[in-house]
Ligand binder design. Structure first.
Ligand code: ADP
Ligand code: MG
Length: 257
């Protein structure tokens, strides 16, 4: 049976319990292929935990995750990356002693299956192609001219830009961004917003973001979580108008209007 709905990701009754604590509890929604889909909710709502379940860094306690109809619930991270799921995390996963270019190159080579293990020999052609792609990605995220700088020397905002380039280097179909604008200056946030908006439709974006201005500028679909539960998924206008959403937010976070 084929599913006519163009859903890239489908979550069905997904839960993550830490002991008796339900960080994510019976969450179900779908992410359309090509969507700019935001997940919002007060701190502790379970957003990052949910991303861990999608990226595979956390194992679901219950429920299932389908990517393009394929059950990925039990697949390890690297298999999900191979299927096109890429994530940037709230806490950085860069190789700080390596240069900016090398960080992107490693991800691009991994994607190309060119072998990047210690002492592993890379095919010259693959490396040249990956280097060209890495340079183009650094241009795209706004880090040209920073190629040879160790990642450790980047500003906070630049690191987040680099993380996006690293994620894109794996040629994801689904890009998970967990608070990418956290700690960024307004100018950096603006640049990041433009970058995400300019991604091709082949890259579906699932974005956790605290900056609601950014959410409402970018997102075509918004999911609201609260205390581990899925409150609603709808258009930005529907979500903004939802009384349930307002009551979840009001008084519980510092979210500005
Ligand atoms: P959000 O990203 O929406 O702020 P999180 O998914 O990070 O929320 O966390 C949701 C809840 O789960 C929080 O109360 C957090 O303390 C709890 N939590 C997250 N990870 C763990 C863990 N490894 N062990 C126990 N509790 C956790
Ligand atoms: Mg979080």
């Amino acid at each position: 049976m084929t599913d006519p709905a163009p859903d890239l990701l489908r979550l069905r009754g997904v839960s993550k319990h830490f002991g008796s604590f339900r960080a994510v509890d019976d969450v179900g929604f779908t992410v359309r292929a090509g969507a700019r889909h935001a997940v919002i909710g007060p701190n502790g709502a379970g957003k990052s935990t949910l991303f861990g379940l999608v990226s595979g860094t956390l194992a679901a306690t219950a429920g299932s995750l389908l990517l393009d109809g394929r059950d990925v619930t039990r697949l390890p991270v690297h298999r999900r990356v191979g299927l096109g799921i890429a994530a940037t995390f709230q806490h950085s996963s860069l190789f700080l002693p390596e240069t900016v270019l090398e960080n992107v190159l490693l991800a691009a080579l991994r994607r190309a299956g060119a072998g990047t293990g210690p002492g592993g020999r890379r095919k010259a052609g693959a490396r040249a192609a990956a280097t060209a792609r890495a340079r183009a990605l650094l241009e795209r995220v706004g880090l040209p001219g920073r190629h040879d700088v160790p990642a450790a020397e980047l500003s906070h905002g630049e690191r987040r830009q680099l993380e996006v380039a690293v994620a894109l280097a794996t040629e994801p179909r689904l890009l998970l961004l967990d608070e990418p604008a956290a700690g960024m200056s307004p100018a950096e946030t603006e640049r990041l917003t433009r970058l995400i908006a300019a991604l091709p439709d082949e890259v579906t974006v699932l974005l956790i973001e605290h900056d609601l201005d950014m959410v409402f500028e970018l997102a075509d679909t918004v999911t609201v979580m609260h205390l581990g539960n899925h409150l609603t998924t709808g258009s930005p206008d529907e979500v903004r108008a939802s009384a349930e959403v307002q009551s979840a937010y009001l008084g519980t976070t510092e979210v500005s209007t």
